[in-house]
Design a protein around this ligand. Structure first.
Ligand SMILES: O=C(O)CCC(=O)C(=O)O
Ligand SMILES: [Mn+2]
Length: 187
């Protein structure tokens, strides 16, 4: 980021072989469920699917909607341990999102839920189809776009969530599945 927070992208954090292994693993082993979010006061079910994983918690309520939480698979726990070493952040949970194709995305938001440790680093691994990822500054409206390839690591750090929103835009031309793993530090 030019100002107000730090973002790092490591496009080849995982080798293609490692990324393929993780992608197959999450496709096969995770029980993907649609997300429920409150939009304009109404509960809606998203097309994208998700899984929450945590070291300890069993459920968590966000925007009035209760989410089930499962334990880490051993492979995703190994990835957590390596991200803890690389970023020096004690991650204890992971939100996995699955987008079946480019008609699914996630609209503008910040990751600043009260359950998250404030200003804590978030580590985001992308698997599968490459997608664009946008940041928009809350005051200046400056927009910055990145490409998130298979096996990349995006690190969001410091005050970035206070000043910038982010989105995964819909990209109708993208055919393939994308999975995103965001490792987080919950209170
Ligand atoms: O899929 C992505 O890259 C973004 C996901 C995201 O922003 C979130 O889970 O909060
Ligand atoms: Mn987010």
């Amino acid at each position: 980021m030019p100002y107000d927070g730090e973002v790092f992208l490591i496009p080849d954090f995982l080798s293609i072989t490692e990324a393929d292994t993780y992608f197959k693993h999450v496709e096969k082993e995770l029980s993907w469920v649609p997300d429920k979010v409150i939009l304009y006061g109404k509960e809606i079910t998203t097309k994208r699917t998700m899984v929450w994983m945590s070291d300890s918690m069993k459920s968590y309520t966000y925007s009035g909607v209760k989410k089930d939480i499962v334990s880490f698979t051993s492979l995703l726990n190994e990835l957590k341990e390596s991200l803890i070493r690389v970023t020096d952040t004690p991650f204890n949970s992971c939100l996995a999102n699955r987008y079946a194709n480019g008609s699914e995305g996630m609209s503008w938001h910040t990751d600043n839920e009260k359950e998250l440790v404030a200003f804590a680093t978030i580590a985001s691994i992308s698997l599968g189809a490459e997608r664009r990822f946008d940041f928009r500054h809350k005051i200046t409206n400056e927009t910055i776009s990145l490409q998130l390839p298979h096996g990349s690591l995006l690190i969001m750090k410091g005050v970035v969530q206070q000043y910038w929103k982010h989105q995964l835009p819909i990209q109708k031309k993208v055919q393939g599945v994308r999975v995103n793993l965001t490792y987080r530090q919950m209170k």
